[in-house]
Design a protein around this ligand. Sequence first.
Ligand code: UDP
Length: 336
Amino acid sequence: MASRSDQTILVTGGAGYIGAHTAQQLRTRGYDVVVVDRLSNGACPAALVEPLVRADLQDATALDAVFQAHDIAAVIHFAASIEVGESLRQPLAYFANNVGGSLALLQAMQRHSVRALVFSSTAAVYGNQELEIIPETAALAPCNPYGASKAMAEQILAEQAKVGAVNAIALRYFNASGAAPELGLGERHQTETHLIPLVIQAALGQREQVSIFGSDYPTPDGTCLRDYIHVMDLAEAHILALEALLSGQHPGFAAYNLGTGQGYSVRQIIEAVRQVAGQDFQVLEAERRAGDPARLIADPSAAQAALGWQAQHSGLERIVSDAYRFFQQMFEPWPR
Ligand code: UDP
């Protein structure tokens, strides 16, 4: 096991949803953390991400300054644009930020001889699959620029690993969800498109209603099935991946699914929020949303075998009640 107290980890996108939870957990384990984030969307309270360097990854001068000022042992790379719908409208922006940002980061790592990288990837690299549950061996077939940009970044990592320039683990999240309200952390995007926050906002009266996007899917109740994974389980996976890289036990490149293997429907999510909130709210049945696969459920066994990772906090009631408590808390406006 790597010794931690003297190790500094660079977390890009560490002010975002999953990045902030992971940075917090790293600190709890005794790592020093430096966050680089451009604070473009949904940042968490500034006090939680100190020290923070506000910079774009494509600003080579700013990145060089970070690597010069700190003895970085490894990088966890979250910084990216993450909205599927927006990626369909602005593909260039997604490739520029997600592929271009990753390239710039890898180049900076190479200049400063930093060779360990954990990469924030996504189940969107799989696109529409016929498979009931999806293993990492499934062919990558992203169906939007967001997923394609992440698949490209993975490919770049794999090639860099082949020539021995980096050791990298990509973690493909299924539906990141939940919160750590006791730490003041949770999911809050400037433009909210995700199901659980939207349903909670409806339960709290912050939204008039919630829409079910499609109730004619070939699933048990006609609505889409997703594999919801608690953000604290995601944070833990990043730390295990980091430690596998730092200990030298995981050379090369590999990608692992992070999910539970269990799917919940949109209707089940709505019912779970009703139960937790003790509050009814208006639900509309709407058209399907473009690009939504009927089911997206992980086979998480490879992450368990390779990293010793298993979801611990991802029961549906726990996910929804943590997210609900986070939304109940009143926050100061976030830093811009
Ligand atoms: N969804 C919905 N109503 C909404 C938002 C989402 O019915 O207002 C559905 C969406 O079609 C998908 C599931 O909820 O089947 C999860 O969507 P989300 O955007 O949270 O995550 P995604 O699976 O797209 O990453």
